[in-house]
Structures are given as structure tokens and as C-alpha cells.
Design a protein around this ligand. Structure first.
Ligand code: ZN
Length: 386
């Protein structure tokens, strides 16, 4: 193409001017000024071209040659402006392709170097993404694929697509509890009763809370499964295997803590996470809801929500949360746990937290005030947030 530089005139110059104005690199000129000619390559336009070139890593000469012209054309596209796909004869290029490539890379799909050109490798990465998220793997980036790309949080990066699938499933699951399958995992049982203080055992307490929770979940139309009977204590890997085989939507593991110091007390919740990289964001959200609901409904001390790579949390293919409901070795926590009314409050709080998870945060009830009967009413009536 013909090079454009200061002093040139013509429609090509006007086109370059329009592109730079759109990119906000050039003030739109006042067309009312009689001296102004949009088709003239003036010094203001030259400055804008230099700024653009510098921005794009091009030779900053203020002259529009083929590289600058191509870059200007590419810069006009932003993701969502047009359908993107592999074209063998005339490869699609643009900032939208660049954004797509960056997004795929960020999600752990190898689309090659982000170069703004939709080549074969970008197509393959896109197809893998579509397959993983239950779309037709057609390699075309249209509104549906974009929606899926936008749904996903930016927190989980570096090749843990399983964790991203959790989010995808959550968004598709809908707000109702009816039909959701929950595995309730009493932390102990059988030969391994867990913490024991006097004749009170962790196993007895958590299996009692598990049964209260199971009853409420069943009443709300959920399918609640216990990971094991009171006489058994499978390993964490076996519990995770049970949940995976059952195809559970969520796993809730119930424990009570102990400490050498009788002063230690309070509530903590755990979700999968390495602490440095991958985190189950859905698990984290659910752990947070449970934690907040239980703190609001009880007088337990806030011992935080923490990421842990523990087997039950790691090997489950769905969001899993472990709660440590107080310390049996602490007098006031133990007194609370021994009160059946307290265990009812805990069961209700956990159920509400699960409901909140499926409402995706769209809830008008403040933490601690949403009740079991509210839930039953809403399950029967029109779902909110649907
Ligand atoms: Zn335990």
C-alpha cells in the first residue's frame, strides 16, 4: 500500500483519522471550523499515529505503512463485536482474537502465543474449552461461548479446569434445592469416634447433626446421602469415592475439634485450596456461607475459612466443605454442642448456607435470619433468583 505521512491528503487519511479518534488517541476535530480538513494528514494526526505506534510496539515514525495500517484495523475489534472462527484463506486477526487467546491461556487452554491471529491452535484450544463446558465443540466463538468465558472467575488459573467446571455447574444448577444431591459426611464413626471428652464423642455429635441436616434437606426436596453408617469410619479417600460415585452436587463434612488448651474454641470451615495456587472458588463460597450463617446464629468464635489440600476436599469432584463445629475440649463449646436445640440451629444454618450458594448471592434475607420454613415456602412457591 501507499505510505501515508504528513502533508498527504485523501480518503485513506480520513480513514486513519477516524480509527484514531475511535481509539481516543485523537480529539474529534471540530468539523465546523472551515480550515479543518479531515482528509489532511496534519501534525496532530502525526502525533496520534506516533502514540499509537509506540503503544503497539511498532516503529514510531509517524508514517502509516502496511504494519501500522494493519494494527489500526485490528485495534478496532473488541471481543464480542463479531463471530470468531478459523478461516483458512483469510485468517481473522484483531484485538478481539488477542483477548480470546489471552482468556483461553488464562483458563489453562493452550492457544499458543497470544498473537491476535485466529490460527489452528487457537481453534483447538477453543474446541477443548467448549467440550469441557458442555457446548458443541464447533470452534466458533459466538455469544454463547463468550457468555461461558465471561462466567468464569479469574481467580483460578494455571490448568485446573475441574475447578472452573464447578462454577459452570453451579450457574447451571438453578436456585432450587429440590433434586440437588448432597453427601453429608459425619467425620467419625465406628472404631474411630474422634475426639472424646468424658462420655461425649465427636462421632455421636456429628452423626446427630448429620441426621438433623439430612431430615431438613429431605423435607426441602433434596437428596441427602450419608457417606457412611454410624458403625463405619471409611478413609477420606473412600468418602470422596462415595461422593464421586453418587454424583453429588456438594459434600459437607462435619467435625468437632479438640485442643490441648481448654481455652481454644470456635468455628472454622475449610475448602479445597493449596493456599498458593488453585482454589475451589465454589467450595470457598460455600464454606463462607456456612461459616457466616453459623456465626450469626450461634455465639461461637470466628476461627476463619481456610483453603486446605486435604484428601476429602481434593479428591472430590464437586465442591466440598469441612466444618469444625466448636471444640469439644472447651467448656462452653461443649455445653452448646450437648444442647439439641443448638444442633438444630447448626443444621438449619448449614441448610440455609447451601440454599444461599444456589441463589448465587441473590437473597434478600440478611445472614442469620433466613429460616427453614422460609426455605420450604420458597421451594414450594416461585423460586427467587430464577
Ligand atoms: Zn474430626
Amino acid at each position: 500500500m501507499q505510505l501515508l505521512s504528513r502533508g498527504d491528503t485523501g480518503p485513506a487519511v480520513a480513514e486513519v483519522r477516524a480509527a484514531l479518534e475511535e481509539l481516543k488517541l485523537l480529539e474529534p476535530a471540530d468539523a465546523a471550523l472551515s480550515v479543518f480538513d479531515p482528509a489532511l494528514f496534519d501534525s496532530a494526526l502525526e502525533d496520534a499515529v506516533r502514540a499509537f505506534q509506540q503503544n503497539r510496539g511498532l516503529i514510531t515514525d509517524g508514517i502509516v505503512g502496511s504494519a501500522t495500517y494493519r494494527a489500526l484495523r485490528d485495534a478496532r475489534w473488541s471481543l464480542g463485536d463479531r463471530m470468531l472462527c478459523l478461516q483458512t484463506t483469510n485468517m481473522m486477526t484483531g484485538d478481539d482474537v488477542f483477548a480470546l487467546q489471552e482468556r483461553l491461556l488464562e483458563l489453562g487452554y493452550d492457544s499458543g502465543r497470544a498473537d491476535g491471529a485466529f490460527g489452528r491452535q487457537t481453534e483447538q484450544a477453543l474446541r477443548s474449552f467448549q467440550r469441557d463446558y458442555g457446548m458443541a465443540p464447533d470452534g466458533m466463538c459466538g455469544p454463547r461461548t463468550l457468555r461461558h468465558l465471561g462466567y468464569l472467575g479469574r481467580k483460578v488459573t494455571g490448568g485446573r479446569p475441574g475447578l472452573l467446571r464447578e462454577q459452570e455447574r453451579l450457574h447451571r444448577a438453578g436456585p432450587r434445592l429440590t433434586g440437588k444431591r448432597i453427601v453429608i459426611d459425619p467425620g467419625h464413626g465406628g472404631d474411630t469416634p474422634g475426639v472424646r471428652v468424658g462420655d461425649v464423642t465427636e462421632a455421636d455429635l456429628v452423626s446427630d447433626i448429620a441426621r438433623r441436616l439430612e431430615g431438613r434437606m429431605a423435607a426441602a426436596g433434596m437428596e441427602a446421602l450419608l457417606s457412611h453408617g454410624p458403625q463405619d469410619c471409611p478413609s477420606d479417600a473412600e468418602r470422596a469415592g462415595f461422593a464421586n460415585t453418587a454424583g453429588a452436587d456438594v459434600v459437607l463434612s462435619l467435625h468437632v475439634d479438640a485442643n490441648a488448651s481448654t481455652a481454644a474454641n470456635g468455628l472454622s470451615a475449610f475448602h479445597f485450596g493449596t493456599g498458593t495456587g488453585a482454589t475451589s472458588t465454589v467450595g470457598e463460597a460455600l464454606a463462607g456461607y456456612i461459616h457466616r450463617e453459623l456465626l450469626a446464629r450461634t455465639r461461637m468464635l470466628d476461627c476463619g475459612v481456610h483453603p486446605r489440600p486435604w484428601e476429602l476436599l481434593r479428591l472430590t469432584r464437586m465442591p466440598a466443605v469441612r466444618v469444625e463445629i466448636g471444640y469439644l475440649t472447651n467448656d462452653s463449646d461443649r455445653a452448646a454442642l450437648l444442647d439439641p436445640a443448638f444442633r438444630d440451629v447448626v443444621a438449619e444454618g448449614i441448610l440455609v448456607a447451601v440454599k444461599r450458594l444456589y441463589l448465587l448471592g441473590q437473597n434478600d434475607k440478611p445472614t442469620g435470619t433466613f429460616t427453614f420454613s422460609d426455605i420450604l415456602q420458597r421451594e414450594e412457591g416461585s423460586p427467587i433468583g430464577a
